[in-house]
Ligand binder design. Structure first.
Ligand code: HEM
Ligand code: HEM
Length: 421
């Protein structure tokens, strides 16, 4: 009947008392918010969300990662529309993107630079977390989701590098296939499954194209879980002491939108600098030659961001041992929250752990150089010592320092109780 309220308008859940006070005042947004509280959720999580005042520049890297991910997805989609995932057509299609597609060179350059800077920002984000103890309660799940993201992005980047089907793409897939084949028992079967034959070819390219595509969008979904977990636990801070009183916090907007914005501008300048002025910094000339199964390049090496893991792989004399050690270097991050049980969070307040962190960063960089030099000559010793330290740091130093710090804290608290008595 015209003019009379519909059942929907008068039904339960839409009476004046049920509509939240915050959203009742405004017209359309209030109406929408009462039915799907996206606006109040956004306001609570991104406008008035309390952030610790003490956050330093390293807390802007998460925003950089998010923006670069979106850029990768958009440029990747545009590339995929012009790319041919076959051994016969891949290289030529990438060449056509570079030379004939309007602004295709820019698109590709953006995707390549983006991949490198994505991994660089991820390593900064990871080591920031290790330094400030961001993996400790109540942020264990946030950390675990982060490590899963790292693994997913690494696999995505590896799969992406095979797609242009240049010499490094082909021989990189060959090395990866052989490494998988080294797993005792199931190895040869898994190698055939991965390659889809005896050597890299059409099926390998199809596998990796689908993997690249789906995993990249999977990363976006998992980032959603990562950020949700962050908003439940709340951000940490460099002091390691939770910001509890309102004087120690500031609303996300405008303070942290501006701070993240500044971080993004600096990141964009770096991005444009590499993309336009130093493209050779990240591109491997050998990959501008089409894949040739009959000609092995003199120097097969992965992209720079895999070099530390490649260094570990080659430092161990056995093939399977090397594979275990390099995969283990990521797996150990999953158990980090339970290896470091010290109640002191930030390395700022943990002198021994801080020295250990400096050594870990040095070991990681040295592993990269060892990987680059194929762990030959003196690099064999450097690679082996750095691999040993990497594992010692997590499996020995973290539990030992935790035990010592817990004992020192218990001692100090006993002294205080004694003094008070
Ligand atoms: C696609 C990759 C990732 C994205 C887009 C992402 C995004 C973010 C964002 C936006 C934040 C909040 C701002 C900040 O603290 O910088 C954050 C915090 C955090 N992320 Fe990630 N992250 C990613 C990967 C990782 C990885 C690989 C790890 C660790 C292994 C990790 C661990 C953490 C932790 C522990 C925090 C909370 C730190 C704190 O406030 O104390 N994230 N991440
Ligand atoms: C996490 C996000 C992503 C990362 C880290 C990534 C990484 C990479 C890398 C390292 C390459 C090789 C570039 C080169 O040196 O030639 C590549 C190529 C490619 N990617 Fe992605 N990618 C991502 C997302 C996507 C998405 C979402 C798509 C498509 C839907 C896509 C489609 C392609 C295509 C078609 C190529 C081959 C063309 C070329 O090499 O320029 N990518 N990607």
């Amino acid at each position: 009947m015209a003019g009379s309220p519909s059942r929907h308008e008068t039904g339960p859940g839409v009476t004046g008392e049920d509509i939240p006070q915050s959203s009742r005042t405004t017209g359309f947004t209030g109406w929408l918010d009462a039915r799907l509280p996206v606006i109040s959720a956004f306001r609570n999580e991104y406008v008035s969300f309390p952030m610790p005042r003490s956050l330093n520049a390293l807390w802007t890297v998460g925003a950089m990662l998010t923006v670069v991910l979106v850029l990768m997805l958009l440029s990747g989609l545009a590339l995929a529309m012009n790319y041919t995932p076959t051994a016969a057509g891949a290289f030529a299609s990438v060449e056509a993107i570079e030379r004939r597609l309007p602004a295709g060179w820019l698109l590709r350059s953006m995707h390549m630079t983006g991949a490198s800077l994505f991994l660089a920002a991820l390593y900064v984000h990871l080591f920031r977390g290790l330094y400030y103890g961001s993996y400790k309660a109540p942020r264990e799940v946030l950390w675990l989701v982060g490590v899963a993201l790292l693994a997913m992005v690494m696999v995505t980047a590896f799969a992406g590098y095979v797609l242009p089907w240049g010499q490094m793409s082909y021989w990189g897939a060959d090395v990866a296939g052989k490494a998988i084949g080294a797993v005792p028992g199931v190895g040869p079967f898994m190698e055939r499954l991965f390659l889809g034959g005896d050597q890299p070819g059409d099926t390998t390219l199809h596998h990796l194209f689908v993997l690249h595509f789906t995993l990249a969008f999977g990363v976006l979904g998992v980032v959603g879980i990562h950020v949700a977990a962050l908003h439940v636990a709340g951000p940490g801070n460099p002091t390691g002491v939770p910001a509890k009183v309102p004087e120690q916090t500031l609303p996300f907007h405008p303070y942290f939108t501006v701070k993240d914005g500044l971080g993004l501008v600096v990141f964009a300048i770096l991005f444009a600098g590499v993309m336009f002025f130093l493209p050779g910094l990240i591109t491997e000339p050998e990959n501008y030659r089409p894949a040739n199964p009959l000609h092995t390049p003199a120097d097969i090496e992965p992209e720079w961001y895999f070099l530390p893991f490649y260094g570990i792989l080659q430092s161990i004399p056995s093939k399977f041992g090397g594979l275990l050690a390099s995969v283990g270097a990521i797996l150990v991050l999953f158990i980090t929250p339970w290896l470091d049980t010290s109640p002191i969070r930030s390395a700022r307040n943990r002198p021994v752990y801080r020295a250990g962190m400096v050594a870990l960063v040095i070991a990681f960089i040295l592993l990269g150089f060892a990987g680059k030099h194929h762990v030959e000559g003196v690099w064999l010793y450097v690679g082996q010592i750095a691999t040993l330290y990497y594992y010692l740091h997590f499996l020995v130093l973290m539990p030992l320092v935790s035990r010592r710090e817990k004992a020192a804290l218990a001692h100090a608290s006993a002294l205080r109780t004694g003094e008070e008595a």
